[in-house]
Design a protein around this ligand. Structure first.
Ligand SMILES: [Zn+2]
Ligand SMILES: [Zn+2]
Length: 325
């Protein structure tokens, strides 16, 4: 469903996007065979599919860590996962470092893991700012149930601004948003496909209203799994299963264990400790384990790395904004 800035109040039912396959398994296999298996940081301007960290942070407003947001870049297009605060400016920063697909005027597709504010506080920015500076394509956004209502409310909040732009003759096409809500899937399910990428969603375990999702991207012979916020799940293990890059949230076990009981109870029910992440990675066997959305609770990155390493011997990085994997 497309929500135009003028007619958002008339918006009607959404359609779950369940794309049919346009590409044979043979073609996918051939693409995989042609591409190197190794994963790891690469030059930002390269043509190979890659994962760009736009925001490595958490709800805590650390100046050097924007809110959770990443981009899979493949075939010259960017596919965002989440839009935490700072997402548009980090995309512009990546563009200026040579990732052409992150020219904000060209960002036209995004996938939300869940609707918590740290992952969505940049949504208005993502709808509005690229259009102000020249996006003409409709923004397509996929995410859990509730995304449509959030979109409508944001457009309503900016109704006066949108009307003023229309009145001055601006092309309003770049302000339109097409929303597809994804009910919590029982298994890994394809939600989007084009010539560059296949995107599958899986259920995360995060206690969020409307559900929480993780995503697997297959692009150019590489595979990227983004956990979103979650406790350890079998669904994520099934989604990764030897993926090239597993980007996963984490908290420091030692740090949380020193916190008040209510804080401990919440995080143990909604997030993944570094020790648990090590256990998870030992089963998922990614080419690279990358941590983001790191809740340190006073621990250093080295301590978190050590907790992971207590259960997992594979290559691990704790990401920073603008890292390219
Ligand atoms: Zn959350
Ligand atoms: Zn979060």
């Amino acid at each position: 469903m497309r929500i135009s800035a003028a007619a958002f109040a008339l918006a009607i039912a959404l359609t779950l996007v369940a794309c049919s396959s346009g590409e044979s398994d043979d073609k996918k296999s051939a693409a995989i065979a042609e591409e190197p298996e190794a994963a790891g940081p690469r030059a930002a301007g390269g043509a190979e599919a890659k994962l760009v960290i736009l925001g490595s942070g958490t709800p805590i407003p650390e100046p050097d860590r924007s809110g959770p947001a990443v981009a899979v870049v493949a075939g010259g297009r960017a596919y965002l996962v989440d839009f935490g605060p700072g997402v548009v400016r980090r995309a512009e920063a990546a563009f200026r470092k040579g990732v052409d697909a992150l020219d904000v005027r060209r960002i036209a597709i995004a996938f939300a893991t869940h609707l918590h504010s740290d992952h969505t506080a940049g949504y208005a920015d993502l709808i509005l700012t690229p259009a102000v500076v020249g996006r003409h394509d409709t923004l397509r956004v996929f995410g859990p149930v509730g995304l449509r209502a959030m979109t409508l409310h944001l457009l309503a909040a900016y109704a006066a601004d949108l009307e003023a732009r229309r009145a001055t003759g601006d092309d309003m096409s770049g302000y339109e948003v097409e929303v597809a809500e994804i009910p919590t899937p029982a298994a890994l399910v394809e939600v989007y496909r084009d010539d560059n990428v296949t995107v599958r969603a899986f259920a995360a375990s995060h206690g969020a209203d409307g559900g929480a999702l993780g995503y697997r991207f297959d692009a150019g012979g590489r595979s990227f799994v983004v956990s979103g916020d979650t406790t350890p799940t079998q669904a994520l293990l099934d989604a990764c299963a030897g993926c090239d890059v597993l980007l996963h949230e984490v908290y420091c076990e030692r740090g949380l264990a020193e916190g008040p009981p209510s804080l401990q109870a919440y995080h143990r029910d909604h997030h993944t400790s570094a020790v648990q992440l090590g256990e998870l990675a030992s089963k998922a066997a990614p080419g690279l384990l990358a941590a983001y959305h790191v809740l340190g609770f006073g621990c250093t990155d080295a301590e978190i790395q050590a907790e992971i390493a207590s259960r997992y011997a594979g290559r691990t990085v704790i990401t920073a904004d603008l890292d390219v994997l």
